[in-house]
Design a protein around this ligand. Structure first.
Ligand code: UD1
Ligand code: CA
Length: 455
């Protein structure tokens, strides 16, 4: 079944009170419009063309989603859903089905879209409908005594009896391609809102004897729209729960599935354990047996099998090997690469640092622009002084070296294999292999020292 997908996304979303067009507001770190495009792509594979009707903030929307293979259609004035579909119609010739979805209904599932397209089958008008405990505000599905759909009546045009109907129009529908142009051509705006209602095509189909059928979404949340930040927050929670459940299905232990946020794509091995309040952003990959403590924030990172990340650690654009031990309260900034069994302890910051197998930076250090070999021990409080105020320089520490506590390594500088730096040193020149480098004032003890006394 060849399908044109028409995504309505021209509305202003004034209740968001935002300079960002509504459909660009995120759910789970991705714009609502991206979710909808994704569901359409997944539902219909190559058998579809996606047209996105934009209006308010059109340039911004197009720019943000310029990587998407879609046909942008501009609706200059928003004269109603029927008018919006009319703008895309000229580009929709030839296909069996036109599937209309909304850019601000982000949780729609591809399986639901597929079942709607099947119900249409190129010859029926298929509506996605849902029973709502509180239907007010929605178009009502009017059926005859045999249960056949007769029309959709908009809330503002409905009689008191019609207002009591709980079956509502989600707005999502699949239109036979062969009938679309004619139906759209017959729309008018003689109604309470002075808009071209797409829903009026239902009565036209009934009149000419085209069957009007319905399909149901898997759950109510799939058809929930976002008009304000409360609704956005509600869907955010629902999406997070959906993702958390998938993680558990994939073999992850979540200490509390209500307290994890995945804003992007999280890939996990077996027996991963994630404690509460962790945030994952972008693309994150966790190997088998990775354990993550509470309150960690991990963005665009690969974490090797068996690594333990203790609480309140922040990791960004980094690659961590297997069996590493990180945190608590560590910060791995972009360009950090840890080889297996490396250890980064509390209050340690790394940036553009490659740290070799089994090396340890355990306490209160800054290691930036550094190449650190295997089996190195970096003492507490060690700082790589990588910046002279204008340029950045590199520090190299070879295998087996030992850096005494509270040392400053003034780059560019290198410490040779198995060399030792005495505690408290300010190292400004290279320490050769196997040497001890000490760079501090020698201790002097003054006997019988008289402590100052208060005047
Ligand atoms: C529409 C339906 C109603 C349904 C409800 C579900 C019509 C006439 N009514 O009503 O039966 O119960 O959705 O939420 O279709 N849009 C445009 N251009 C326009 C007008 C709208 O792109 O000119 C977009 C909006 O950005 C929005 C969507 O279409 O994403 C729906 O428009 P909206 O005005 O919210 O429709 P409702 O009046 O809620
Ligand atoms: Ca409206």
């Amino acid at each position: 079944m060849t399908t044109n997908v028409i995504i309505l996304a021209a509305g202003q979303g004034s209740r968001m009170k935002s300079s960002l067009p509504k459909v660009l507001h995120p759910i789970g770190g991705r714009s609502m419009l991206e979710h909808v495009i994704g569901a359409a792509e997944q539902a219909l594979g190559d058998q579809n063309n996606i047209h996105v009707v934009i209006g308010h903030g059109a340039d911004q929307v197009r720019e943000r989603l310029s990587h998407k293979q879609v046909n942008w259609v501009e609706q200059i004035e928003q004269l109603g859903t029927g008018h919006a579909v009319m703008q895309a119609a000229p580009a929709c010739t030839g296909a069996n089905v036109a599937l209309v979805v909304y850019g601000d209904v982000p949780m729609i599932r591809s399986s639901t879209l597929q079942s709607l397209v099947s119900a249409c089958d190129g010859k029926n008008l298929a509506l996605l409908t849902v029973d709502l405990a509180n239907p007010s505000g929605y178009g009502r599905i009017v059926r005859d005594t045999q249960g056949a759909i007769q029309a959709i009546v908009e809330d503002k045009d409905a009689s008191p009896e019609q207002k009591a109907i709980t079956e509502t129009n989600t707005g999502i529908m699949a239109i036979p391609g062969s009938r679309m142009a004619e139906w759209l051509g017959n729309l008018n705006n003689n109604n309470a809102q002075g808009e071209y209602y797409l829903t009026d095509i239902v009565a036209m189909a009934v009149e000419e004897g085209t069957p009007v059928v319905s399909a149901r979404p898997g759950s109510e949340m799939e058809v929930q729209g976002v008009n304000n930040r409360m609704q956005q927050a509600q869907l955010e929670r629902q999406l997070q729960l959906r993702q958390a459940e998938q993680l558990m299905v994939d073999g992850v232990t979540l200490l509390d599935p209500a307290r994890i946020d995945v804003r992007g794509k999280l890939t996990t091995g077996n027996d991963v354990v994630i404690d509460i309040n962790c945030v994952f952003e972008g693309e994150v990959e966790l190997g088998d047996g990775v354990q993550i403590g509470a309150n960690c924030h991990i963005k665009n990172a690969v974490i090797g099998a068996g690594t333990i990340i203790k609480s309140s650690t922040i990791i960004e654009d980094s690659a961590v090997g297997e069996g590493c031990d990180i945190g608590p309260v560590a910060r791995l900034r972009p360009g950090t690469r840890l080889e297996s069994k490396a250890k980064i302890g509390n209050f340690v910051e790394t940036k553009k640092a490659h740290i070799g197998e089994g090396s340890k930076v355990n306490h209160l250090s800054y290691i930036g622009d550094a190449e650190v070999g295997e089996g190195v021990n970096v003492g507490a409080g060690t700082i790589t002084c990588n910046y002279d105020g204008a340029n950045k320089f590199k520090t190299t520490i070879a295998d087996g070296a030992f850096i005494g506590s509270n040392s400053a390594l003034v780059a560019p500088v290198s410490v040779g294999k198995d060399a030792v730096v005495g505690a408290g040193s300010t190292v400004t020149s290279d320490v050769p292999e196997g040497h001890l480098g000490v760079a501090r004032g020698r201790q002097r003890n003054i006997p019988s020292w008289q402590k100052p006394v208060k005047k």
